[in-house]
Write a protein that binds this ligand. Sequence first.
Ligand code: NAD
Length: 244
Amino acid sequence: MDEKIATLKKWVDESDNIVFFGGAGVSTESGIPDFRSVDGLYNQKYDYPPETILSHTFFMRKTSEFYKFYKDKLLLEGAKPNKAHLKLAELEKAGKLKAVITQNIDGLHQDAGSKEVMELHGSVQRNYCMKCHAFYDFAAIKEKVNEAEDMVPKCDKCGGIIKPDVVLYEEGLDGLTMQKSVQYIQNADVLIIGGTSLAVYPAAGLIDYYRGNKLVLINLQPTPRDKYANLCIAGKIGEVFSQI
Ligand code: NAD
C-alpha cells in the first residue's frame, strides 16, 4: 500500500472524530461533471459561463435558459453513490465520522446512507414555489421541466415559478448550516478534504477553522491549500477511500 494511504488509514483507524469536507470531485466517479476539471463544466461550450448561468440575476432574468442548463447538467437522474460516498457513510455508522460537509447539491451522500450532511449549497432534491412556497421533489421538478415548453417549472397550486433550493451565485449561505459546519471543523481531530478546488468562497474558508494536526487533502489537481495539509494525496477519491 502506498505510504500516504497507509498514513491516512492509520489516522482514520485511530480516530472517532473525523470530519469530511468535499466538493464536486467527490461525485465525478458517479458520472456527475465537476466545474474545474479538464472535462468539467467550465471547459464545455455554453453561451454563458456556468458561474453566470447559476447566478441569482440570471435565474430571475433568463429563467428559461437557466433551466435548459440545469436540466442538462444538474438534474441528472440515475447517478449512484460511489466508493467515496459509501465509505463516508460506513465511517459515520461505525461512530468514527461526525459529519460530511459538502458543496455538492446532488444528494448522493444521503443516498449512500450518510445522516449528518451539511449541504452548504442546498440540494436539487428540494424545490419550492417562489410565490406560495409549495414543495416539489426531484421527480416532480424533472417532470415539469421536461413538459413545459419553455422548461420553466410552474406551481400546480398558484402558477408561480418553482426555484430549486440551491444556493446560486450572489445568494447567501444558510446561517445555521454554516454555524454547525464551523463547529464540526473546529472540534475535528482528523479533517479530510476531498474533490474540491477550494476556489468557491465562503465555503472554502470554512477549513480555516480546523485546529488539529491531521489535515488530509485528496484531490486530482493541486489546490491553493496543498501546502497547509499534513497529508496531501493526488488521486481519485473513490480509489483512495476504497483502500482504507
Ligand atoms: P470544482 O469543480 O471547482 O473542483 C473539483 C475538484 O475536484 C478539481 O480540483 C478536480 O481536480 C477534483 N476532482 C475531480 N474528480 C476527482 C476525483 N475523482 N477525486 C479527487 N479529486 C477530483 O468543484 P468545487 O470545489 O466543489 O466547486 C464547484 C461548485 O460547483 C461547488 O459550489 C458545487 O456546489 C458546485 N457543483 C456541484 C456539483 C455536484 O453537486 N455534484 C457538480 C458541479 C458543481
